[in-house]
Design a protein. Structure first.
Length: 259
């Protein structure tokens, strides 16, 4: 089994067991970033792809304003939960597809919008996924990605990645804006506008949603307690371990396209 396949299998197992938690997750079900991403795809006749759909909240937000949405994820259990929730909401234009973001099972130029939210930090090969997104976009299509971003200074970056990995072993990396722009350009995109938010993570629900073992929870709390003041201040660490993350939405278009 290749390294990429092994990572994908681990991610699918990790999230498949937590499918219901992610469908019900309050932090995923709402937020200014979700509203902004949905607004980016307000195209009545468009076909939209939701990469790494997780609990399906991008799909639910976009479906009423487009022709069709395909929710794609590694975990069939997650996709089954998304399909059930879409039916419950009366969304008849939602399809699900199990696949890796690095090998999309769609023809070239299949979608007017490719969207992703809180998924890319789990991808084993982001450049490969972006090349696939470029391939399946129409020439005048657009890509919109929302994800946690690291705050820049190595001290803050190191602490963030440590907490993330202890909480969820399928975590790969929270990238910074400069990294995103470089990867997008390498994949054939012109990176565009950026929007940023600060999003509070309630520690008890953050670890419960992923089923983080108690031993790992204790290590995260110990790291937080021992963190230097710049770390505690930037992430606004609270007494119960709750903290605030930096979230970014970046838009991109295929190279050669202009408004």
């Amino acid at each position: 089994m290749s390294e990429a396949t092994s990572h994908d299998a681990h991610t699918a197992r990790q999230f498949g067991a937590r499918a219901a938690d992610y469908v019900a997750s309050a932090v995923h079900a709402a937020g200014e970033d979700l509203t902004a991403l949905a607004g980016f795809a307000d195209l009545p006749h468009a076909a939209v792809l939701d990469l790494g759909c997780g609990g399906g909240h991008v799909t639910y937000a976009v479906a009423p304003q487009v022709r069709a949405v395909t929710a794609l994820d590694l975990s069939q259990a997650m996709l089954d939960a998304v399909a059930a929730e879409a039916r419950r909401r009366g969304l008849t234009n939602v399809a699900t597809r199990q696949a890796s973001v690095e090998a999309l099972p769609f023809a070239d130029a299949s979608f007017a919008r490719v969207l992703s939210r809180y998924s890319a930090h789990h991808w084993g090969d982001v450049p490969a996924a972006l090349r696939e997104a470029h391939r399946v976009l129409t020439p005048d299509g657009r890509l919109g990605i929302v994800d946690v971003v690291h705050p820049g200074p190595p001290l803050l970056d190191t602490h963030l990645q440590a907490w993330e990995l202890l909480r969820d072993p399928s975590h790969v990396r929270d990238y910074g804006e400069a990294e995103w722009r470089a990867m997008l350009a390498e994949a054939g995109f012109v990176p565009g506008a950026v929007r940023r938010w600060r999003v509070r993570m309630d520690f008890p629900s953050w670890v419960a949603r992923m089923g983080t073992p108690e031993a790992s929870r204790a290590v995260i709390r110990a790291l937080q307690a021992g963190a230097p003041e710049p770390v505690r201040s930037h992430f606004a660490i609270e007494d119960d371990g709750s903290f605030t993350l930096d979230v970014m939405m970046i838009e991109a278009e295929p190279d050669g396209v202009s408004d």
